[in-house]
Design a binder for this molecule. Structure first.
Ligand code: EPU
Length: 292
C-alpha cells in the first residue's frame, strides 16, 4: 500500500501538468490530485506530509512555468464543484478557491457590485489571485478580500483576516498555505458604469498584450514603480528568441511560447532578459511567474 492509496480514485499518476499551464510547455507531475472536498484534501495533506511528499496547487495555470523534467511531487487542482461555489449576501461574497476570476468579475458588474471590475482579463482562479495579489494598473484583488479559509500543509484549517494575509505588490504572506475560499467585501455601484470600466480594462489588455498566444502574462514584476515591459523594450529585446520562446512584439514583459517551445527555452530567455536589463540599467528583475 502506498501512502496515497486511499485517494487513488481521485489521482492521475504521471500527469502531463505542463500542458495544463498557459504556456502549454513543461513536464509531468508524479500525481495530479483533484480532491472531493476540503476534508478529503486535509486528510491527503496529512498523509503527504507524513510521506515527505512535495505538494503544489495549480490554479488556472496562468502564472506558472513547469520545467521540462516536470515536478516530482503532488499537484492539486481545486476544480471540483465544491471549490467553485459563489454565495452572495448583500455586498459580501463567499467564493471557492477554484472559481474563475473573469466570469466572477463579470457577474459582479451585472449585480452592481464594485471591486473586481479592474481585474477584467486577468486569468486566474480566486485561490491563485489571492495568493499573489493578482492585479494590474486598474487594481488588485487584495483590497476586497476580508478573510480567507486555508489549509496548512499538514492539513490543519486556518482562517486568516485581511491583515494576516499580508498583501503587497503581487505578493501575500500565505507561504505554502492552500486557499480554500475567500470572503470578498464589495461596494454597491451602477452596473452600467461597472460594465464600462470592465470593458475598458479588457480593451486595454487586447490592445497592449498578446492575447490568444501561449504566455503566462507578465514574466517579471515591475521594479520600484518602473515598468519591466518598458525596460525590456528599451533594451531592444522585443522579438528576441531562444529557440521557440520569443519576447512578445506587443508587450515586452510577455514571453510567448510558440509551437514546439520548451520550458528550457523560456528559462534561457528569462536569463538573457535579466542579464541584459541588469547590464543596461543596473536593475535586477524579479520573476512574477512561479517556476516549478
Ligand atoms: N511599455 C512599453 N513597452 C512594452 C510594454 C509596456 O514601453 O513592451 C510601457 C507602456 O507603454 C506603459 C508602461 O510600459 O507606458 C506600462 O505598461 P502596461 O500599461 O502594459 O502595464 P504593465 O505595468 O506592463 C501591468 C501588470 C499586468 C496588467 C497591466 C494592465 C505587472 C508586472 N503587470 O502591466 O499584469 O495586465 O498592468 O493592468 O504588474 C500580469 O501580472 O501577468 C500582467 C500581465
Amino acid at each position: 500500500m502506498s501512502w496515497w492509496s486511499d485517494f487513488a480514485s481521485r489521482i492521475e499518476p504521471d500527469a502531463p501538468v505542463g500542458k495544463q499551464t498557459w504556456y502549454r510547455v513543461g513536464g509531468r507531475a508524479r500525481h495530479l490530485y483533484r480532491p472531493r472536498d476540503a476534508a478529503e484534501l486535509a486528510a491527503f495533506l496529512g498523509c503527504a506530509a507524513d510521506a515527505s511528499a512535495s505538494v503544489k496547487v495549480l490554479g488556472s495555470g496562468a502564472n506558472v512555468l513547469i520545467r521540462d523534467d516536470g515536478f516530482d511531487g503532488e499537484v492539486i487542482r481545486l476544480d471540483d464543484e465544491c471549490f467553485r461555489s459563489v454565495r452572495r449576501t448583500g455586498t459580501t461574497l463567499e467564493v471557492g478557491a477554484g472559481v474563475d476570476l473573469l466570469p466572477l468579475a463579470q457577474r459582479c458588474c451585472e449585480w452592481g457590485l464594485a471591486g473586481l471590475e479592474g481585474l477584467a482579463g486577468i486569468p486566474a482562479t480566486v485561490g491563485g489571485a489571492v495568493r499573489m495579489n493578482a492585479g494590474g494598473r486598474f487594481g488588485e484583488i487584495g483590497p476586497v478580500v476580508r478573510q480567507i479559509e486555508t489549509l496548512t500543509l499538514d492539513g490543519s484549517q486556518e482562517t486568516l483576516t485581511h491583515e494576516q494575509i499580508g498583501f503587497g505588490y503581487r505578493h501575500s504572506d500565505l507561504g505554502d498555505r492552500i486557499v480554500l475560499s475567500a470572503r470578498l467585501e464589495l461596494r454597491e455601484d451602477d452596473p452600467d458604469r461597472l460594465k464600462n470600466l470592465f470593458d475598458d480594462c479588457l480593451d486595454h489588455k487586447r490592445r497592449s498584450q498578446p492575447v490568444g498566444e501561449n504566455s503566462a502574462g507578465c514574466v517579471f514584476k515591475n521594479p520600484n514603480g518602473e515598468s519591466a515591459g518598458a525596460l525590456i523594450d528599451r533594451a531592444g529585446l522585443k522579438n528576441a528568441c531562444c529557440g521557440h520562446a520569443r519576447v512578445s512584439q506587443r508587450h515586452a514583459n510577455f514571453i510567448v511560447a510558440q509551437e514546439r517551445a520548451t520550458a528550457s527555452e523560456i528559462l534561457r530567455l528569462i536569463d538573457l532578459i535579466r542579464e541584459r536589463v541588469l547590464r543596461e540599467f543596473g536593475i535586477e528583475l524579479e520573476t512574477e511567474i512561479d517556476i516549478w
